[in-house]
Ligand binder design. Structure first.
Ligand SMILES: CSCCC(=O)C(=O)COP(=O)(O)O
Ligand SMILES: [Zn+2]
Length: 222
């Protein structure tokens, strides 16, 4: 009985810790204006040996919430099939299957963040026909652990399929090794990492590169 209580304590602590992490990152990204009009979603894998022995469990944002406010209903637990771990009247993100597809495909993926921003939307549309956008000669590329002087990074761009399983399938088709993100045309970006810290760093680096590219484009034109 004592062992069982201990198991539950460790599990509940791991879940609470993950919810706290999500809440903190959600607050930071929200202050940047990266979750307009309830858009965007986030997930973090629960790190707990007693859970991981069975099936990975993901803490994910509830669907349709205003991400700029914190409520007790902000996060839910799903398994890698996208099903709720505990019954709830709340719904997990409508894009849960994109998250679970990324966890299944990327070894050691611990966090997946998705935001809609003006800059990622503009980049996705300007370069959408090419299916990718490439960045080079930028110090910020080091945020992706690319340290060579001539390093470049090409971010895949897919069309914005309204069918979420199709969207998840397409993301799986274009994912590139060493490139922790995929743009969805006129929708937003999915970014991941082997920790919440790394996923956030990747997201901020992508958004920096997108903003730089758009501003440079307009400065050169006018
Ligand atoms: C105006 S947001 C449209 C849905 C979307 O793209 C999104 O990122 C938010 O969906 P969720 O179900 O995760 O709230
Ligand atoms: Zn979205």
């Amino acid at each position: 009985m004592a062992a069982n209580n201990n198991f539950e304590k460790i599990t509940i602590e791991a879940i609470q810790q993950t919810f706290n992490t999500l809440q903190t990152v959600k607050g930071t990204l929200s202050q940047k204006g990266w979750f307009p009009a309830t858009s965007g979603n986030m997930s973090v894998r629960i790190k707990c040996s007693s859970i991981e022995q069975n099936q990975p469990i993901i803490a994910i944002t509830s669907s349709g919430k205003d991400k700029s406010v914190h409520t007790p209903e902000d996060f839910l637990l799903v398994n890698l099939d996208g099903n709720l771990v505990f019954p709830s009247t709340l719904k997990p993100s409508a894009e849960t299957l994109v998250h679970t597809a990324i966890y299944k495909l990327i070894p050691n993926c611990q966090a997946v963040f998705h935001v809609h921003t003006i800059y990622n939307n503009l980049i996705s549309d300007l370069y959408g026909d090419q299916g990718k956008v490439t960045f080079m000669k930028q110090e910020m590329i080091k945020a992706f652990d690319l340290w060579k002087e001539d390093a470049s990074i090409s971010v895949p761009i897919i069309e914005n399929f309204s069918c979420i399983p199709k969207l998840a399938e397409e993301i799986g088709r274009v994912i590139q090794p060493g490139v922790p993100g995929v743009l969805i045309r006129n929708h937003g970006i999915y970014v991941w990492g082997n920790s919440d810290f790394t996923a956030k760093r990747h997201l901020e680096a992508f958004e920096f590169l997108f903003e730089y590219q758009i501003k440079k484009f307009f400065l050169q034109k006018f």
